[in-house]
Design a protein around this ligand. Structure first.
Ligand code: XMP
Length: 327
């Protein structure tokens, strides 16, 4: 598919330009959709959130948003989608907690690409099942943005998520398909979405699944989620904030010491890894300096509050040779 951004299209850099874009898209969506229903997989990422907010503005509850929680989301993410879309914007929101389904399928699987495939396939299956439960859907909205068209022949680059089954091959609604990421953010801000959503750092489709190294276990995944929230909170206070910053948890244990009734006792625990990178295109990446005091705050908070973790490491590897993610 070769779809080109019109050469005359102005870059959306101001609230006024965003407002004009929103007004134009609201009309275009109304004209395309009429009184029919539209389905959207709402991850809570910037692109799908902006598309959801645009469609809600245009057609209200004719939009059915499906938020699939695969159990690999970051702390607080599903709650935020429910709060912003379900409550504040009164969206027609279907929340599917598919955690058990995903984690059961992933149990014992350690190969990274197999993990990605399982997560991608399961996501499509869960979404398709929810889609079939809905009556009268005629359109599928997608958060395709212009780099997706330039880089992957017009398919939303979820890397590993394939297409929907044929019987769910709806007509597409893609209101931000000619926008670059920075423009999507300006539009999102103008639509009143919270900064946490609009300026969210990139997060891979397979989520914490590729950061919980090797075969995922529920306890190690919970430790990762808790440690990651601390890393994001503390590094998020830096200026400038790195491009991507998160936590990974390798699948090894190392010795720790704890004191029981004043007596030292050795035990095995997990290590968590702090990862923060700067990049323009994610093809190469550098590692920004993090003040030692910030690293110590992160270490103390993790060691004091995250069960099972007895070591905190800082990954200073650049890309190449190390990838940004641990898997
Ligand atoms: P790597 O680890 O390859 O990551 O240096 C480059 C960028 O891509 C993201 N990433 C993914 N995104 N599905 C995604 O949607 C994936 O399987 C995936 N793997 C890596 C990563 O977070 C980084 O921004």
């Amino acid at each position: 598919m070769s779809e080109k951004r019109p050469e005359t299209m102005q870059r959306i850099t101001t609230p006024e330009l965003a407002e004009a874009f929103i007004a134009e898209q609201v009309e275009a969506i109304k004209a395309q959709v009429g009184d029919k229903k539209v389905l959207l997989a709402l991850s809570g990422g910037v692109d799908s959130s902006v598309v959801a907010a645009l469609l809600i503005k245009a057609i209200g509850r004719q939009l059915v948003c499906v938020h699939v929680n695969h159990g690999l989301l970051r702390k607080g993410e599903p709650e935020q989608v429910i709060e912003v879309f379900g409550k504040q914007l009164n969206a027609n929101l279907v929340y599917v907690d598919a955690t058990d389904r995903f984690l059961d399928k992933l149990a014992g699987v350690s190969d990274p690409e197999t993990k990605r495939k399982i997560i991608g396939k399961e996501f499509i299956d869960v979404f398709a099942e929810e889609a079939k439960k809905q009556e009268g859907i005629k359109f599928l909205a997608q958060g395709t943005i212009y780099p997706d068209i330039l880089e992957s022949d017009g398919v939303k680059a979820h890397h590993n998520v394939g297409g929907l089954p044929e019987e769910l091959d709806f007509e597409l609604v893609e209101p931000v398909k000619f926008l670059y990421k920075d423009e999507v953010r300006v539009v999102g801000k103008q639509l009143g979405l919270p900064d946490q959503m609009v300026f969210r750092q990139p997060f891979p489709g397979p989520g914490l699944g590729v950061r919980c190294v090797g075969a995922i276990t529920r306890d190690r995944l919970e430790a990762l989620r808790a440690a990651d929230a601390i890393v994001r909170e503390e590094i998020g206070k830096l200026t400038p904030v790195p491009w991507q910053y998160f936590c990974a948890i390798p699948d090894f244990v190392s010795t720790g010491i704890r004191y029981v009734n004043g007596k030292g006792e050795r035990y095995m625990g997990w290590a968590v890894v702090i990862r923060a990178v700067n990049t323009v295109d994610a093809v190469t990446a550098t590692v920004p300096e993090i003040p030692f005091s910030v690293l110590c705050t992160i270490r103390n908070r993790i060691i004091e509050t995250v069960p099972g973790v007895n070591r905190v490491l800082w990954d200073i590897s650049e890309k190449p040779v190390s990838t940004i993610e641990w898997e």
